[in-house]
Design a protein around this ligand. Structure first.
Ligand code: AMP
Length: 208
């Protein structure tokens, strides 16, 4: 199937850097019926010596977004690759998008490709706590964009100036605000409580 043929039923994981989108997205992505796609992972998977890989590092090491056109082009290719290799089955899986769209322009481009069933907005009011979390994961995940506090702070600025407005693009009824502090199990429960009802009637139930 080509991604140009039908709109992919999707759930957006949205929130500030460090709020836990990747952690929760990885867990939910293990549940049958979900396919987790994190654009940060997509970019980090590029060969660092390739032209695209160098282009990514040029922006990410400064805490900036990769330009919209390049991001959306790569995203389309990547999703098509997941479909072609049966890692993502559009008829039975919800595409769990983590880290995209990150600008109103990306949201507009994605309108041609996805039908948004729900948006999970993970929130944590305490930016200092998020910064500490990001510094810790920098070592574990080998992420240069999280090692330097100046870069982390730039990522927050970019979130407020470029990404936050993405929510205005969607019907407020789709948006579920989930507190991102406290036990990971409870956060997971709240995410599933928000998204499972939104998926009902949209997919067959092959497991009965
Ligand atoms: P993340 O792992 O989601 O924090 O993403 C790491 C870096 O990848 C970001 O700081 C950006 O440079 C880049 N990136 C990830 N997703 C996007 C996106 N949707 N648009 C532009 N840049 C992105």
């Amino acid at each position: 199937m080509s991604i140009m043929e039908a709109k992919l039923k999707s759930i957006l994981l949205f929130g500030q850097p460090g709020v836990g989108k990747g952690t929760q997205g990885t867990i939910v992505g293990r549940v049958p019926g979900f396919c987790h796609l994190a654009t940060g992972d997509m970019f980090r998977g590029l060969d660092r010596d390739s032209e695209l890989g160098r282009e990514f590092l040029k922006y990410s090491t400064q805490g900036l977004l990769v330009p919209d056109e390049l991001t959306c082009r790569l995203w389309r290719q990547y999703v098509q690759g997941l479909i072609d290799t049966n890692k993502y089955l559009p008829g039975s899986d919800a595409l769990l998008l983590d880290g995209i769209p990150r600008s109103p322009a990306q949201a507009k481009t994605l309108d041609d490709h996805i039908e948004v069933l729900a948006i999970v907005h993970l929130v944590c009011a305490d930016e200092e706590e998020l910064i500490q979390r990001m510094k810790r994961r920098a070592d574990i995940q080998n992420r240069p964009d999280d090692a330097d506090e100046t870069v982390i702070r730039r990522r927050f600025e970019v979130f407020h100036s470029e990404t936050a407005a993405v929510l205005d693009h969607y019907d407020p009824k789709l948006i579920h605000t989930v507190t991102a502090t406290g036990s990971p199990g409870k956060i997971l429960l709240n995410i599933l409580n928000a998204v499972i009802p939104s998926m009902e009637g949209h997919f067959g139930n092959p497991l009965g």
